[in-house]
Design a protein around this ligand. Structure first.
Ligand SMILES: Cc1ncc(COP(=O)(O)O)c(C=O)c1O
Length: 429
């Protein structure tokens, strides 16, 4: 395989002609494909249908506290749901609060509370001239949307294969009191599928923030979302690690069962120190009389315990694995050795991240759209939608069928090749 950069202008032109013909043929098929959002497929949703049957009109709906789940009562989660999610999040049961159906909602509320009321007695962020968040990039667009919504300045931190660039994180966190938080997806990250190394987690726990109200926003959305039985990433548990280092309050952990049971109808939780949770409960009791306990009960009875959940996740993996393998095989076969793009092979999560040559991502996504393939907008993986290199594209293989993915990858790889050729030809002019 000759790298495109080593081809002559005439060779590139000839190749462009041949690939354009292929592209037009695919385009003529009038495809309608979508690899834009990380949604579970119908087949995956069907795995949890048993949950619809665990509670019936004749079920005993009293939870372990002795409270009738149909009624008011129990503010921060029923015991059985706390145990299940505590085991899932690898924290003690007393360090967890169960919320509603969305962890993103919990993250939004956490930032909103800090803006309006401050964090454990410190000045509310809305009264400060400047509030900054560190944003490992590429990252999750909806995290960045929350901080942008509140007018918080976002600073890009490059991701490395072991997590965010920790030299930069340490420097900024320890010297700038305006830095109040960092968004982290520490395991099978969105979009790269990277898991933070032991050293990275240790360095996080050892941070010495200039701001007393600095918090690590540890969104472990993909903590048990492995793809393989034999190759699984391991992540050090940060809450305990921060406690050991004498910073018990420095981290908020978030998670949910969105991609375990039903997105939009799962249960979400925050895990944190006693002091942080005290403050969170204070606000919670003003916000709500309590979240949906019937849904909590449904989850607890369906999964039974963490072992039930882990078994369930293997069924998800059996559906997801061939899709990931198909995307990766196509990238390797079509683009390997051409030096017009790079990617990582994640061991879990929901995404594959592709980096094109600089200045090509937007054009690739637009080109793919011409042939009926919708990808996540280029730039979405960066704060303000601005990828400084215009190179990152997030591939979400979960929702389409295997056959659709094969077609989608044909469109995608052709689009990458054509846009890259144009870029190289323009450079040669
Ligand atoms: C990293 C990350 N966090 C949170 C979410 C959303 O979670 P929830 O459905 O619990 O709001 C997603 C969904 O894609 C995600 O990728």
């Amino acid at each position: 395989m000759t790298a495109y950069k080593d081809l002559s202008k005439n060779e590139l032109k000839a190749l462009k002609k041949e690939l354009t013909k292929k592209f037009e043929d695919v385009k003529a098929k009038g495809l309608k494909l979508d690899m834009s959002r990380g949604k579970p497929s119908t087949e995956q949703l069907n795995l949890s249908m048993g949950m619809m049957d665990v509670l019936t009109s004749s079920s005993d709906l009293v939870c372990e506290e002795g409270v009738d789940c149909r009624n008011y009562g129990v503010l921060d989660g029923i015991k059985e749901a706390k145990q299940l999610l505590a085991d899932m999040m690898e924290v003690p049961k007393d360090n967890i609060v169960i919320f509603g159906n969305s962890s993103l909602n919990v993250m939004y509320d956490t930032v909103a509370r800090s803006m309006i009321h401050g964090v454990m007695g410190s000045t509310p962020w809305c009264k400060l001239d400047k509030v900054k968040f560190l944003c490992p990039v590429p990252g999750y667009d909806r995290h960045f949307a929350i901080t942008e919504h509140f007018g918080i300045e976002m600073i890009n931190i490059p991701m490395t294969p072991t997590g965010p660039d920790m030299d930069m994180v340490e420097e900024l966190v320890s010297t700038d009191p305006a830095v109040k938080g960092i968004w982290c997806v520490p395991k099978y990250s969105n979009p790269q599928g990277i898991t933070y190394s032991d050293e990275t987690v240790h360095r996080f726990a050892k941070l010495n923030p200039a701001a007393e109200d600095f918090r690590i926003y540890w969104d472990n959305a993909y903590g048990i979302h492995h793809l393989y039985e034999d190759k699984q990433d391991y992540l050090i548990e940060i809450l305990m690690e921060c406690k050991k280092e004498g910073h018990p309050d420095m981290v908020y952990k978030f998670s949910s069962t969105s991609k375990i049971s039903f997105p939009g109808s799962g249960i979400a939780a925050i895990a944190a120190s006693d002091a942080n949770l005290k403050e969170i409960r204070e606000q919670m009791k003003i916000q709500t009389i309590g979240h949906d306990k019937l849904n909590q009960l449904r989850h607890a009875r369906f999964f039974k315990d963490i072992h039930g959940m882990v078994k369930h996740m293997k069924k998800h993996a059996d559906i997801m694995r061939p899709k990931f393998d198909t995307v990766l095989a196509s990238l390797e076969k079509e683009l390997g050795g051409l030096e017009i793009g790079s990617w990582l092979a994640p061991r879990g999560g929901y995404f594959i991240s592709f980096d094109s040559m600089d200045g090509c991502a937007k054009a690739i996504v637009a080109k793919a759209k011409e042939a009926g393939l919708v990808m996540t907008n280029a730039g979405a993986t960066y704060p303000y939608g601005k990828d400084p290199h215009d190179s990152n594209i997030r591939i979400a293989p979960s929702y389409p069928t295997l056959d659709e993915i094969k077609l989608a990858m044909e469109v995608f790889t052709l689009s990458v090749k054509l846009v890259s050729i144009d870029k190289l030809l323009a450079k040669a002019e």
